[in-house]
Design a protein around this ligand. Structure first.
Ligand SMILES: Cc1cc2nc3c(=O)[nH]c(=O)nc-3n(C[C@H](O)[C@H](O)[C@H](O)COP(=O)(O)OP(=O)(O)OC[C@H]3O[C@@H](n4cnc5c(N)ncnc54)[C@H](O)[C@@H]3O)c2cc1C
Length: 278
């Protein structure tokens, strides 16, 4: 079984801060890590490799330092890594990212399964998996919590819904996006990581020419969306906690609601409270 895993290197925070002047992400001082969901995607792939004597390729699009996450993936048991890195890929929106990853997968050739994390903690869109599946015209199953059964032709998975689970069968090749409850990822083997740093064959870097795309199809030029403005929302309303004896608190609340800028809704609530209190 040939499995491809897509991984992203992300800043080690969900509390992304923006430079108010430039509108860009403040990356200084932020450690970069393997996106948490992607660690579960790698574990799922390596478990399938062990069960089916398969082969796993990990792919990441990012700057040269993203090689770190590929090395970590090799440490977890992946066979080879491909880093898609080229200045032409910079500024890619989710569409350009997905189509570039899709092109690279076509370049790799045969695959039975692609596994992605559900969502990246920085971009947070959860669009890449579904868009890559669409680009490659393969079925997709998102929010996968368990791979129940797999053979050469099909896969049966349990996927999480808002209020439960559903079992889904898909023919292969297919793309799955996985959530953290699917498994407990293993620690990477440091020996394998060191070997990956010295073995030229296990991690390759491909640029735009290597995947047969022109600079107009990728990065900012190939993006369908463009950011007009980035800003941190300002909260105009402020909460207030009234403390003290319950009756006094209710009385004060009624007064405050009754006074609040003539709002009909607030006055109605105040009237209801007065009725309740009497
Ligand atoms: C207009 C615009 C401009 C942008 N410019 C830049 C920029 O200049 N630099 C920049 O870093 N980002 C840029 N981005 C953000 C970038 O497009 C997204 O981070 C990227 O498309 C992934 O989306 P996401 O983070 O929401 O991933 P999600 O869709 O939430 O990720 C889901 C899964 O897809 C896979 N995945 C996601 N990204 C990658 C990847 N790069 N390689 C391999 N697998 C991946 C992983 O398995 C991940 O768990 C831009 C976005 C927009 C809209």
């Amino acid at each position: 079984m040939d499995i491809i895993v897509l991984v992203k290197q992300v800043p080690n925070t969900t509390d992304v801060k923006l430079d108010e002047k430039t509108g860009s992400l403040i990356r200084e001082g932020l450690e970069s890590i393997l996106n948490p969901d992607d660690r579960h995607a790698l574990e799922a792939a390596v478990q399938l490799k062990e069960a089916t004597k398969g082969h796993v390729t990990v792919v990441s699009m990012g700057p040269p330092q993203a090689i770190e996450v590929l090395t970590e993936a090799i440490g977890m048991g992946v066979d080879q890594g491909i880093l898609l890195s080229d200045t032409a890929f910079a500024g890619a929106d989710t569409w350009a990212t997905s189509s570039t990853l899709g092109k690279a997968i076509q370049q790799i050739g045969k695959f039975d399964l692609i596994i992605c994390g559900r969502q990246a903690i920085d971009g947070d869109t959860a669009q890449i998996g579904p868009q890559v599946a669409d680009y490659l015209h393969v079925p997709q199953v998102t929010y996968v919590a368990e791979i129940d059964n797999i053979d050469e032709k099909s896969v049966i998975v349990k996927r999480r819904l808002e209020d439960g689970y559903e079992m889904v069968e898909s023919e292969l090749p297919a793309l799955l996006t996985v959530i953290s409850e699917i498994n407990k990822p293993r620690y990477p083997d440091v020996g394998k990581m060191i070997a990956a740093c010295h073995e030229d064959a296990s991690i390759k870097t491909w640029n735009a020419a290597d995947i047969g795309v022109t600079v107009h199809e990728v990065g900012l030029a190939g993006s369908l969306t463009h950011v007009i403005k980035t800003y941190v929302p300002k909260f105009k309303r402020q909460g207030e906690i009234i403390e003290g004896d319950t009756k006094a608190v209710v009385r004060e609340l009624i007064q405050k609601l009754g006074r609040s800028e003539g709002s009909t809704a607030c006055k109605a609530v105040a009237a209801a409270c007065r009725l309740e209190a009497s």
